[in-house]
Write a protein that binds this ligand. Structure first.
Ligand SMILES: Nc1nc2c(c(=O)[nH]1)N[C@H]1C(S)=C(S)[C@@H](COP(=O)(O)OP(=O)(O)OC[C@H]3O[C@@H](n4cnc5c(=O)[nH]c(N)nc54)[C@H](O)[C@@H]3O)O[C@H]1N2
Ligand SMILES: Nc1nc2c(c(=O)[nH]1)N[C@H]1C(S)=C(S)[C@@H](COP(=O)(O)OP(=O)(O)OC[C@H]3O[C@@H](n4cnc5c(=O)[nH]c(N)nc54)[C@H](O)[C@@H]3O)O[C@H]1N2
Ligand code: SF4
Ligand SMILES: [Mo]
Length: 713
């Protein structure tokens, strides 16, 4: 028996956590954290790496469909045959309908640095892999950016503060007050912020969590503020109202560095705490007290992520919160919401240009989204696939995604899959989508790949290949480069993973030799942190003072949104399906529906076939308050139906006051053929609505709908 331990990076999700891999006879035996690694921790899924890598469910060979779509009959083919067939069919579709008829969807399984830095848009960075089909001639690179993170990161950040939100970070080390608003850091990938937040608390900073659920983080916080889902915009505007009325805003900052204060002040008059208490369910005293704390904190920091994206005013609600941070002078100050320093070093990237002669799908309805991302908004794909509007889409490459479990209305997507001429799925496992594909191709875990990982703050680590690929699985990079070669543009990219590394580190901030000599990673200078960079000309390209917005100021009224025909103010809109906006519907569906708060043992639709992880939560749950459960005769762990105007799905009740009375939280992820039976039957997206979206982002309203929960006999 040979036993060795090698330093590497966890290869299960894109979190990039540093791990020591214990190998016995060349097989992964155990995963241990690397001490003092910038990511710090290894989550429970990382600890179960062995079970995931060697799962008997892994796809091992390329497959070609031989039965009907959805039937699940496939035969093994070779990679060469598979690639030839894809190249031939994409070419045929291009000749007949134009290159735009070929679309790609890159999901949560595609966030590897190799892919994002090569095939993603360089500026602004969105993590989306949008560019693979640009050289082919198709603007329809799309993916999970159509439903995740972009609304917060790009569409709210860029028009308001002039940067992506990923270019900002909360100054936990110096803060007085941490507000966690629509995020739960323990289930982040990676979960590296928890330690910093708890250290801030220990130092005496106050931690406040605004969330419909008493989340993991809320339990550790000083205060949990429960809120009705989708109403955060009203809460933020009400705090603005209080602050302005009490003259607590930062007058100098507002005068010198913001645009549209008077209009915002006037609009916020419509949101007095007495009224907003009824909208949000946050008591008026709490609204006033929190507003005062944010205004008076010597640095109030803010941590947000996806929680506010999925309502009818998602982008604008996130903007309202940013406006609150701006007028209270909490931007780029000690303890506040900081901009990352301009980095003196750059990793070389490959720049792909989108085709200019044709607009992506969705550009007519979501022009701001499509322009910022240079990509299609996938929510509009059914129109193109089923009705040929505005032009037909005939082929879909699904890369590391599970559309049938993650998008609203799985039946419409099945219809799309049946209608497509050609569909390819590249994944680690057989997904529900793959059952409809013409070709199913096996992907590696990142333990089987060679790449590098760079971390914010100046740290870089080599991702060593710790095991050989399982059977014929290929890395995403290898697959895409081989496909690009077949399609005639392989010469744009380094042709192997090894060449790819050489390309980056020929002029990257650290050398390949240094990285190889230090497998736990290397620090490099990512710029000096200073406060008030906007005043020193450190945020704009030309070195002029100000923010990176059209006016150079933080735009409380956004000129960019106005240019696209949207309201420039961060307007609040009541969710279109809610107790206040649809009282009649509410008689039949009296509970507010929320879905998709992360659980540790799963990652969206993943790991629901892994016995060790399933043990942690064997069944899909709906979290319901004891009062609502009692009224319905529902017991803890009892079987229930969750019903919405779209349908009904079976779950198990978790009766808990971690959710507020009158609203429920439904687990997301179920619905794949390989899932354990209870999860296989529980696809929460039969309950959500494809047409109910945020008008700016096109994101579905996953988190502010109506439903009822009934005992299942
Ligand atoms: N109702 C409701 N629906 C939601 C949400 C919600 O909150 N509520 N959340 C939304 C969000 S935020 C997201 S991001 C989407 C997620 O939706 P998806 O992007 O579909 O994410 P996953 O379900 O994780 O599916 C990822 C797939 O990639 C595969 N995979 C993993 N790693 C790799 C890899 O390295 N290579 C390849 N080729 N494949 C890989 C996995 O096996 C899995 O099948 O769901 C959304 N859907
Ligand atoms: N273990 C694990 N980790 C994951 C994932 C996973 O599936 N499993 N998914 C990954 C993905 S795809 C993403 S995008 C990130 C997301 O990371 P986060 O955005 O941090 O996602 P959550 O952990 O669900 O935290 C969001 C919080 O917002 C709350 N929330 C929901 N609706 C509202 C609302 O209307 N208002 C307010 N104020 N809060 C609301 C939820 O209750 C939840 O506590 O996590 C990633 N990490
Ligand atoms: S967060 Fe992701 S990368 Fe980090 S340990 Fe967990 S599964 Fe691995
Ligand atoms: Mo996501």
């Amino acid at each position: 028996m040979t036993k060795e331990t090698v330093a590497g990076i966890c290869g299960i999700c894109p979190g990039g956590c540093g791990v020591n891999v214990v190998l016995v006879d060349g097989k992964v035996e155990k995963i241990l954290p690397i001490k003092n690694h910038p990511m710090g921790v290894v989550c429970v899924r990382g600890l179960h790496s062995k079970e995931i890598i060697y799962s008997r469910d892994r796809l091992k060979y390329p497959l070609r469909r031989v039965g009907e779509k959805g039937e699940g009959k496939f035969e093994r083919i070779t990679w060469d045959d598979a690639l030839d067939r894809i190249v031939h069919t994409f070419g045929k579709i291009k000749n007949e309908y134009g290159a735009q008829a070929v679309m790609s969807y890159f999901g949560r399984g595609s966030f590897d640095t190799n892919l994002v830095d090569v095939f993603g848009a360089p500026d602004p960075t969105s993590k989306g892999v949008t560019g693979f089909l640009y050289p082919f001639g198709s603007p329809n690179g799309t993916g999970v950016s159509s439903i995740c993170s972009v609304s917060y990161n790009l569409l709210a950040g860029i028009p308001t503060v002039g940067n992506t939100m990923h270019a900002l970070y909360p100054d936990f080390a110096k803060t007085d007050l941490v507000v966690i608003w629509g995020a739960n850091p323990p289930t982040d990938s990676p979960p590296n912020k928890v330690k910093k937040i708890l250290a801030a608390k220990k130092r005496g900073a106050r931690i406040v969590v605004i969330d419909p659920m008493r989340s993991h983080m809320a339990k550790k916080a000083d205060q949990w503020i429960g809120i009705r889902p989708g109403t955060d915009g009203a809460l933020a505007l009400s705090m603005i109202n209080v602050i302005v009325n009490e003259n607590r805003h930062d007058e100098n900052f507002v005068r010198d560095w913001t645009l549209g204060f008077e209009a915002l002040r006037d609009y916020a008059k419509e949101f007095p705490p007495e009224k907003v208490e009824k909208i949000t369910r946050v008591p008026r005293e709490t609204i006033v007290a929190l507003a005062r704390s944010i205004a008076s904190a010597n640095g109030a920091s803010l941590l947000m992520y996806t929680g506010l994206e999925y309502s009818n005013s998602g982008v604008q609600s996130i903007r309202a919160v940013l406006c609150l941070w701006a007028i209270t002078g909490n931007m780029d100050v000690q303890g506040g919401l900081m901009f990352r320093p301009p980095s003196p070093v750059k990793f070389p990237r490959i720049k792909l240009e989108p085709p200019q002669d044709i607009k992506p799908i969705g550009a007519d309805k979501y022009p701001f989204f499509c322009d910022i991302l240079n990509s299609a908004q996938f929510m509009e794909a059914p129109r193109a696939i089923l009705r040929g509007e505005p032009y037909p889409v005939k082929s879909l490459l699904v890369f590391g995604a599970s559309l049938l479990t993650s998008l609203p209305d799985p039946e419409i997507w099945k219809k799309c899959f049946r209608k497509l001429d050609f569909m390819v799925v590249f994944d680690r496992f057989m997904t529900a989508d793959a059952m409809y594909a013409d070709m199913v191709l096996p992907a590696t875990t990142n333990y089987e790949n060679v790449v590098y990982q760079k971390y914010p703050g100046g740290y870089c680590q080599l991702r060593q290949r710790v095991i050989d690929p399982i059977e014929e699985a290929k890395s995403g990079y290898t697959f895409l480069v081989e496909l690009a070669k077949g399609l005639g543009y392989g010469d744009l990219f380094p042709s192997t993973e090894a060449d790819r590394l050489k390309f980056v580190f020929q002029s990257g901030p650290v050398s390949l030799a240094e990285l190889k000599a230090n497998p736990e990673g290397v620090k490099y200078d990512a710029g000096k942190q200073e406060y008030r960079k906007y005043a020193k000309g450190l945020l704009r390209k030309g070195g002029e003072p100000g923010f990176n917005t059209p006016s150079g100021k933080i735009e409380l009224v956004s000129s960019l949104l106005e240019k696209y025909g949207y309201d420039g103010l961060p307007v609040y809109v009541e969710p279109t399906e809610s107790p206040l906006s649809s009282p009649e519907l509410c008689e039949k569906y009296p509970l507010v529906f929320n879905s998709g708060a992360r659980i540790q043992s799963t990652f969206r639709s993943q790991h629901l076939n892994i016995p060790g992880l399933l043990k942690l939560q064997p069944k899909p749950q709906v979290l319901i308050h004891p009062l609502d459960a009692k009224e319905r005769g529902i017991e803890n762990q009892g079987r229930v139906w969750v019903e919405s105007p779209r349908g009904r799905v079976g779950f198990w009740a978790k009766v808990t006051d971690d959710v507020m009375a009158g609203q429920v939280e439904v687990n997301v992820g179920g619905g794949s053929p390989i899932h354990a039976a209870p999860w296989r039957e529980a696809n929460a997206n039969y309950l959500t609505d494809l047409e109910n979206r945020d008008p700016i982002s096109g994101f579905p309203v996953y988190k502010a709908l109506l439903c009822d929960v009934k005992k299942r006999h």
